[in-house]
Design a protein around this ligand. Sequence first.
Ligand code: SF4
Ligand code: SF4
Length: 77
Amino acid sequence: MSRIFVHEERCKGCLLCTTVCPEEALEQSERFNPNGFKVVQQNQQSECTGCAFCAEICPDYAITVFRKKKSAQETAT
Ligand code: SF4
Ligand code: SF4
């Protein structure tokens, strides 16, 4: 399974990323970053396919996607 990393210090809590995820794998967390924004997180119950739609739409470059390769190695995009 692929996964994402949210750079919480950059997230503004706009939730744009949640609107484009085909797997509904993103949700608002209960955590606030130092700027006072509620950050997003990966929903552990959902499967991330590594499509990177969330990273592409994020205006603040706050998401890094780690894709699982067939060789089981991860690559960051
Ligand atoms: S699109 Fe970016 S800034 Fe907006 S909630 Fe998602 S990660 Fe945060
Ligand atoms: S990489 Fe794709 S599947 Fe994974 S959280 Fe982002 S939009 Fe959803």
